[in-house]
Design a binder for this molecule. Structure first.
Ligand code: ZN
Length: 484
């Protein structure tokens, strides 16, 4: 018996030692000694130009017949007159009439081009919420240090910020070594057809890119638990997309003599099975990279947990999974979104159809999801079909290459007090359409964003700090210089 206790005590001590060694061995992933970026003078007219762009309601609707394309014409005329040098010297080309590609040829053809991108369409203001805006959504009003309006964060800040940065560089006679491409879509919020057309054209030209930077993660000033500094999130992953229709065909008839199970009952049972059997939570779909970067920035106790995922993996999953967004970063999500069946209260419906939307975590595939769904439903009377087009997740981009290090360095040279970390983006962007051109796709919007501002994206009171916009321009200027 004494022997048993000895073994137990020895194992315990051994585990403690392993935990401590792993914790103490952690080193910071933050680039050290990054010199501050060379300052630039962003004139106040830049924010006026941005306000002018917000005043053009370039709203895109999923039903394209509702989209007022004359606003796109206005927007293109507006940027042409606001940024004359770019339009004289960067060979603007339109695809699908309204999506734009610019090319600034670098002096060294041996270097692969970079592509900086964004979109100038915006989502509509939700009906009935107009009056809830502190300043009207398309008035472009600047008030107490903020510019209010739809698109100030998503994503006219990207388009106008990049145009402003490149116009500035042209003014200063900067000559890029590496070719710079700019791509701006007009239908990112709906179909992304513009981006797909540009990507196909670039592919035909045989272009491969060093990296892509699109809209995405921003500098979160709050809400990253355990870290008491703002965290700049560079998204290295984007989830895949799939909607499935589950259809059951019943016999119909009078509701006075129903069968044991109706088509509605069958589909309801199938949906319930899917909800009760979520896809397994995984840390290897990108969350592990985030944890790697945050681990050295948190308290000793939390660090010990992060550093010993072999033991604490389940605890981490439990904590991360407590929020809806945390849960969605760890697994392929299952969301029943439409249910259609029946027309009259005393008539049995013939068919019942449920639509279930899945967002695929890197590592999962469209085929894999379909076969798991069929297995769970386990009912040959229900047909499972793909609605529209699904897409697999784009593989994780590296955190060890020139691109990530350049973006990381640029962030820290402008925002010295932030922690940089890679993350998984939950929304979809146009950048996935360019996946054939490079394995290095990053998504980062260079501005601090509070929880309240996050709620304004696609919501109410979208607004950006005037100073934050100026810094975003500074970021793009510096990033282009650092990418040479
Ligand atoms: Zn967007």
């Amino acid at each position: 018996m004494r022997f048993f206790w000895r073994i137990l005590a020895f194992s315990f001590v051994l585990i403690i030692i392993i935990l401590l060694v792993n914790t103490l061995r952690l080193t910071s992933h933050q680039l050290a000694d990054v010199p501050p970026a060379a300052p630039i003078n962003v004139p106040d007219s830049a924010i006026q130009r941005f306000a002018g762009a917000v005043r053009i309601p370039t709203v895109s609707y999923t039903d394209y017949t509702l989209t007022d394309t004359t606003q796109f014409d206005k927007f293109l005329t507006y940027i042409r007159s606001s940024y004359p040098l770019i339009h004289q010297r960067l060979n603007p080309q339109a695809f699908n009439q309204y999506s734009l590609l610019y090319e600034w040829k670098g002096r060294n053809p041996a270097l692969k081009p970079i592509l900086l991108m964004g979109h100038y369409d915006v989502v509509p203001v939700i009906q009935g919420t107009q009056g809830m805006w502190k300043r009207p959504p398309f008035a472009g009003i600047i008030d107490d240090g903020y510019l209010y309006g739809r698109g100030t964060l998503d994503d006219k800040v990207g388009v106008m910020g990049l145009l402003e940065a490149v116009e500035y560089l042209l003014h200063t006679n900067f000559q890029p070594e590496r070719t710079l491409l700019l791509a701006f879509g007009q239908d990112e919020e709906t179909s992304g057809h513009g981006a797909q057309t540009i990507a196909t054209a670039l592919k035909k030209r045989g272009i491969s890119l060093e990296y892509i930077l699109d809209e995405g993660g921003a500098i979160k000033t709050e809400g990253v638990s355990g870290v008491n500094k703002p965290v700049a999130l560079i998204s290295i992953a984007e989830k895949g997309y799939l909607s499935l229709e589950l259809t059951a065909i019943g016999k119909g008839g009078h509701s006075s003599m129903p069968p044991a199970q109706t088509s509605i009952g069958m589909v309801a049972e199938a949906v319930s099975k899917l909800e009760h059997n979520p896809f397994p939570a995984r840390l290897d779909g990108g969350v592990d990279r985030l944890i790697d970067y945050l681990a050295s920035e948190v308290s000793f106790g939390q660090r010990m947990i992060f550093a010993n995922r072999w033991l604490f993996g389940p605890i981490i999953k439990k904590i991360v999974g407590e929020t809806k967004s945390g849960n969605a970063t760890m697994r392929t999500t299952t969301a029943p979104t439409i249910f259609r069946a029946g027309a009259k209260d005393n008539v049995l419906p013939i068919d019942a159809v449920a639509t279930v939307n899945f967002r695929l975590l890197p590592g999962d595939t469209v085929e894999g999801v379909i076969s798991r769904v069929k297995e769970l439903i386990d009912n040959d009377s229900i047909t499972v079909s793909i609605l529209g087009k699904g897409n697999n997740p784009v593989p994780l981009s590296s955190t060890e290459n020139f691109a990530f290090q350049t973006i990381h360095k640029t962030i820290r040279s402008i925002f010295p007090d932030v922690i940089v970390a890679p993350n998984v983006m939950l929304g979809a962007t146009d950048s996935k359409f360019y996946a054939a051109l490079t394995p290095s796709i990053y998504k980062f919007s260079p501005m601090p964003i509070t929880e309240e501002q996050t709620a304004g994206v696609h919501g109410t009171n979208e607004r950006i700090g005037v100073k934050d916009y100026k810094n975003a321009i500074w970021f793009y200027v510096t990033l282009i210089k650092n990418s040479q």
